[in-house]
Design a protein around this ligand. Structure first.
Ligand code: ARG
Length: 283
């Protein structure tokens, strides 16, 4: 029997996009301030540290070629949602990012994923679709179209929990909520509508909740393998809580990516295949 805080590490397969063309050249969320220059070299160094960390932890990282003229393509999480090897293609709300959808879809087709579905609704991949052991947590309010949530339920054959975001700083679900393991999450209560918050409290009564300060440094934009939780090092309150709950938090600094409103999770698309899902090792 596992005790209350024994965590289960599961090896993951991630897709990332090098920040070769990363910059802030337009503003489509409140973090993107055109007067604040991006240190491109530092962005590359920070991103490489994140990739190397995943490899050191035992995960597989695959890369998609970055395309010129798409400065936000580094945010791979927005490129698709993949469950059981089935790929729901992304469709972006903003014209500035529209060409990223076909680029990510082409990667999946070229890499042996026969089931790629285009839903016809705006959906920004794992930015707004997060996967627990049972549910598909689906965000809307700023980017993804809520009409697409039901389509995603049909496609993945998993129950959808539709959640409404209300704070423009937390415009994607993955900026306000992170899945820690099959049935544990952490989230920012002040980012959700009253109804959505009530649903989260009901479904996840033991969830970790973030302070405004930890949410504002993108502490919830985190990636968990069930044991290691990679998140912004400035999110000290969350780091402490994760430790108390038996997780192994690892702080990283992605200050340059934050200038575009992105963090750890935004840079990381999880490829869930039946094979990786079967790979369980006790931590
Ligand atoms: N500048 C990008 C945008 O506004 C940031 C995307 C962050 N990605 C994420 N998964 N939250 O679309």
């Amino acid at each position: 029997m596992l005790d209350q805080h024994s965590r289960v590490f599961r090896r993951r397969r991630y897709l990332m996009c090098p920040p070769t063309h990363f910059d802030v050249t337009y503003s489509i969320n409140p973090w993107m301030d055109l007067s604040k220059p991006v240190d491109q070299r530092l962005a590359v160094t920070q991103w490489e540290e994140l990739r190397n960390l995943y490899v050191t932890l035992g995960h597989t990282v695959e890369l998609i070629d970055p395309l010129p003229g798409l400065p936000d393509m580094v945010f791979a999480a927005n490129g698709a949602t993949v469950v059981d090897g089935r790929v729901l293609a992304a469709r972006f709300r903003n014209a500035e990012r529209a060409a990223e959808g076909p680029a990510y879809t082409a990667w999946f087709r070229a890499n042996g994923f026969p089931e790629v579905h285009e839903s016809g609704h705006v959906n920004e991949g794992e930015g707004d679709y997060l996967v627990t052991g049972r549910w598909l947590l689906a965000g809307s309010g700023f980017r993804s179209d809520p009409a697409g949530h039901l389509k995603a339920q049909e496609f993945f054959q998993r129950p959808v929990v539709s959640l409404t975001l209300t704070d423009p700083r937390y415009y994607h679900l993955d900026t306000a909520l992170a899945v820690l393991d099959d049935d544990q999450i952490m989230y920012n209560p002040s980012a959700f509508s009253p109804g959505s918050l009530a649903v989260l409290r009901d479904l996840f009564p033991d969830a970790l909740t973030a302070s405004d300060a930890d949410a504002a440094v993108f502490g919830l934009n985190a990636v968990s393998d069930g044991y290691n939780v990679v998140l912004a090092q400035a999110a000290t309150g969350l780091i402490e809580q994760l430790r108390t709950h038996g997780f192994h938090p690892i702080g990283v600094d992605l200050s340059e990516l934050l200038k575009a409103g992105g963090g750890v999770k935004c840079c990381t698309l999880e490829i869930r295949t039946p094979f990786t899902a079967g790979h369980r090792t006790a931590a």
